[in-house]
Every structure is written in C-alpha cells, then in structure tokens.
Ligand binder design. Structure first.
Ligand SMILES: *Cc1c(COP(=O)(O)O)cnc(C)c1O
Length: 378
C-alpha cells in the first residue's frame, strides 16, 4: 500500500493495521466510520478513560445537554440511533415499570403494536423494523409504497397500539407518505406517542415542534462525535428510555468515554463556524464540478440534500456509451483506486452517483480528482 504523505502527517494508523486509507465522499455512513472527530472530542474521551465516574450522574449531565440542544423537556443518550429506537419502543410498552422493563422482549400484558408507514420501513444497515422487533414489539406497516391515506393510519390504531414510528431520511420512499404533523395529529387523537428517527438530520428542534413525542439523533453523523445516540422529548418517556438500561438496553450500553465524547461534540457543534465549513465544502464541490464536467461521458450538477439538511452534493451522471463504464462500474473502480475513493452510490443503477464534501481532510478533494482521472483512463 502506497504511503500517503498527508496521512503520515496525521499519524494515520490505517496502513500499519493493514486497513485501506479510504477517502469517504459518500457521507456520514456508519459502515465507513461515520465521521471524523475533532481533536477536542477525542481528548475529552481520553480524559475520562482513566477515571471512575458515577454513571447515573454522567447520564444526567449528558441528558441535560441533549434536552437543551433539542429544546426538549428531557433528554438521554444511547449507544446509537438503532439502540435509541429499540429502547424508545420498549419505553412506550413498559413505561417506567421495572417489572415490565425486565420482562421484555416478552410483551404479555402490554400493548405491543408499533405503526409505521410502509415507505418508512427502511434499511440503514439492518432493517429498521428489526430495531422494533428486538424490543418484543410487532411492527405494523401502514398504507402502500407511494400512498398512505390518513384513514389507513386511523384504522390501524387500536387497544394494542403501543406507539408509532416516523422516519426522516433519504432512505424513505420520497412520495405519498403522511407528513409528520398530520401523522402525529392522528396518533395523538388516540394518545399514541410518536417516535421520530431523525438520525442524520441537522434540524434538532423542528420534529418535536411538529408533534414528535421522542426524537432520536445520531452522535456520530453530522455532529462528528463518537458512536452514540441522543433521545429527546417527553419527560415520562425519556425517563422510561433511560430505565431500559436495566432491561433490553443493557446489551446496547454506551460507555463513559462515548458519553463524554458526545458531550464534547455537542459543545463543538454549538461553537462551530457553520458558515465557514459550508464555504469550504462549496469550494470542494466547485472544484469537482469544474473538473468533472470537462470529462467526456460525465455530466455533473450540484444538488441540495433530499431532506433539506444544509449541505449540497455533486451528482455525477455517467454516459456509459461515452465513458465506456456504467455509473456502478465507475463507482467500483474508484473504490479500488489509488487512493480508494468511496462515492455515494445507492442510486448507481439509475446512472448516477453523488459525492459528499463533508468530513474531508486537507488535500483529499484534489486526490479525488486525480483518482477519477486515472479510473476513467484505465
Ligand atoms: C444512520 C441511521 C440510523 C442508524 O444510526 P446508528 O446510530 O448507526 O444506529 C438509523 N436511522 C437512519 C434514518 C439513519 O440514517
């Protein structure tokens, strides 16, 4: 493996471990290590590693920060969003009852149906409905792909309904789903709580305002923290989510290092120069846009994020006749290139892939250009 001078400067451990020094232009993907941590975050994690701490107090302090960040009544932390979903669903079934909490995933004597629009039953690395089933609940899909009538949700609400899950993500089917406000209004008419999976969303307050009872965010995506999750919302439900640490949440626990790292990431987010970072990301997009549009067989445009996060990406359309490779083939070549570049390829079968400018080290945007040129000439 060729040593990259930039990564040597950073003390990059990957080559020494036999791991490929990939450049990630795919986005904050869990399967690629999600995001890169700022030094103040890893330093905060290291500082607590060699100390004892009363975990209940640490959870409490972190919960206050999460609640403030989300302008919520209460907040807590989990090991990741997936764990947050499982613990939130468990909380809606068991409440703050330790007997019920420790009976799960056996739901005898508890409400156990979880409503979710069919177009929201996504796979973010595993099926979302599995995160619900782990708690012992039964997911009940509502409506069809591309069409959910409000009465389909009204019809499905019954004495067995424990809660409803709503997903905000580019993974969801893009049309025909009920919007959150309407979804929540229908559920609330029957006093059914609504859990929102907003893992990758920058909007930290809007979903609670739109009617969510609990909202779950990732600590390791846009926030740039260690692998972790945040749950915010109604006080009684958040308390019950926390209580699940003595139930199904035990095997999903977050460590002291990650809680402290998440707290540092929240502080860093609040102090971050968001405009400056957007300008830098825009400069990467402009560079790629200009360079790739010169290439025969490629056609590019800058597109906004599909769920309105404040970031743009470059969409690269590949004309397979001229480029002599399809979008999927080009994405594969880039991934095995020198250096390996991982693009956002989940729509490659439509003839394009996207390139995300977030979380790049200095010099990497230029390396992406040279990797592209050598792949197209190979
Ligand atoms: C990333 C993601 C998750 C999973 O987050 P983890 O913290 O990695 O468990 C869940 N839902 C959506 C919509 C995601 O994008």
């Amino acid at each position: 493996m060729k040593e990259n001078p930039m990564s040597q400067q950073r003390n990059d451990p990957r080559p020494g471990m036999g791991l490929r020094p990939i450049i990630n232009v795919s986005g904050t993907m869990t399967y690629l290590g999600a995001s890169i941590m700022k030094p103040e975050i890893s330093e905060a994690m290291a500082s607590i590693a060699s100390e004892f701490v009363e975990m209940a107090d640490l959870y409490q302090k972190a919960g206050v920060m999460v609640a403030e960040l989300c302008d919520a009544k209460a907040g807590t932390v989990t090991s990741c969003v997936s764990a947050g979903i499982s613990q939130s669903v468990a909380a809606c079934m068991a409440g703050a009852n330790i007997g019920k909490t420790q009976q799960l995933p056996d739901t005898t004597g508890m409400k156990n149906e979880v409503l979710i629009q069919l177009g929201h039953m996504v796979n973010y690395g595993h099926p979302l409905d599995q995160a619900i089933r782990i708690a012992g609940a039964s997911p009940r899909p509502i409506g069809q792909i591309g069409n959910v009538h409000p009465s389909a949700l009204e019809q499905a609400l019954n004495e067995q309904t424990a809660c409803a899950v709503f997903v905000v993500s580019h993974h969801t089917h893009p049309i025909g789903n009920l919007p959150l406000s309407e979804f929540a209004e229908i559920c609330h008419a029957k006093e059914i709580p609504v859990i929102v999976d907003a893992a990758s969303e920058y909007d930290l307050q809007g979903f609670l305002k739109a009617g969510a009872d609990l909202v779950i965010y990732s600590g390791h995506k846009f926030l740039g923290g260690p692998t972790s999750g945040m749950v915010a919302g109604r006080e009684d439900l958040v308390e019950a989510v926390y209580l699940q640490n003595a139930g199904i949440g035990r095997g999903m626990k977050i460590g002291k290092e990650s809680i402290v790292g998440l707290m540092a990431a929240i502080t860093a987010w609040q102090q971050r120069d968001h405009d400056g970072i957007r300008k830098l990301e825009k400069s990467y997009l402009d560079l790629w846009h200009e360079q790739f549009n010169k290439i025969q067989g490629l056609h590019c445009m800058i597109i906004p994020d599909p769920t309105d996060n404040p970031l743009d990406r470059l969409r690269v359309f590949v004309d397979a006749n001229i480029a002599k490779k399809s979008a999927s083939e080009l994405a594969k070549l880039l991934a095995s290139g020198e250096p390996p570049v991982i693009v956002r390829h989940h729509e490659a079968e439509l003839g394009h892939f996207d390139m995300d400018p977030c979380n790049l080290h200095p010099g990497e945007a230029e390396e992406v250009v040279s990797s592209m040129l050598s792949c197209l000439n190979s």
